[in-house]
Design a protein around this ligand. Sequence first.
Ligand SMILES: [Fe+2]
Length: 384
Amino acid sequence: MTPARRACSLKITAPTELTLSQTDGSEHPVHPLWLRERCRDAASMDLKTQQRLQDPSDLPLDLRLLAVSQPAPGSLRVRFSDGHEGTFSAEELLEEATLAPNSHDCPDPQPWDGSLSPLPRARWQAAPTETELMSWLEAFLGFGFVIFEGVPTNPGTVLKVGAQFGFVRETNFGALFNVRSTPDATDLAYTAVALDPHTDNPYRAPVPGIQLLHCLVNETSGGLSTLVDGFAVAQALRAEHGAAFDILASTPVRFKYVDAGTELTASAPPIELDVTGALKAIHFSPRLDFVPLFAPARLEAYYRARQLFDQRLRAPDFEIRFLLKAGDLVMFDNCRLLHGRSGFDPAEGLRHLQGCYIDLDGPRSLYRVLRRRLRASATVRRSA
Ligand SMILES: [Fe+2]
């Protein structure tokens, strides 16, 4: 899986014009300021940190290109009207120009439903090769989850796995939380009741991006873990009930968590879109959501839309179920996937999971760094 890129090319279309051409036939000149901001010479940026030395807002707004040439294949030389000259790699410019505006430059989400088979599983290695790590990241970024098998069941190991992909986020539950039924539970997760699909901690700002759940012991026959691709369900809702989708994407809902020493609230629409209108995150937890007191007609429309969404989230055609065995660890995108579990009988035996949160940027950064390294070593092998 590779990030979605628009196929493009760069052409010198006039002595003072560089044009971006797309395969759909559309083309437009490259804006002089866009190019000028990307000058990578020592006068324009600190070569060590790759950060700009000049505030680009100080560049003249009427900047023009005075000359464009191609001194060597793949290299572009540009003289600007502020007197500066820059040399650009056409490949690097295209790499950025062809990226979709809202892309994370990581593998695109691959929507899935209840028919997903096989599930993305990997044998855990404490010291994986870069190629193994890359395959784990591709599965995680594409499907939104990966199930690791053979993770040592020593308590606290989930923190080591989290640290492999990012930085563990400490919360009022601690860096690590135990999921097992306890008589004095402060959250329904710590009981034996079934949990419908939900995202964790929508009452935080920011919401934890990724959850890891590591099974240390499971002696019960119930307690199946469930996952639903919230993006796939939201896309289905958008296709079938556009008005309901729009209501869920535009209604701010307040999520709350309260205990003796904590009071957390945050507002978000159940379906959050980015500025391009693409899906950004799902915020859904029927135990914790409180819609503001809008006029009755608006609330009626909201409740109808939420019911449609919830019915699909709970439908077996979108849900996968699996038993987490001792040594299994599931890592999932808490902004895209909803998770839950079937109820279990604590009299059958112990069910003990340990969990932690990391942020979404960790695996994304690791993916890009590994891609850079693997490309560099491929280039060295080719030129050897
Ligand atoms: Fe949860």
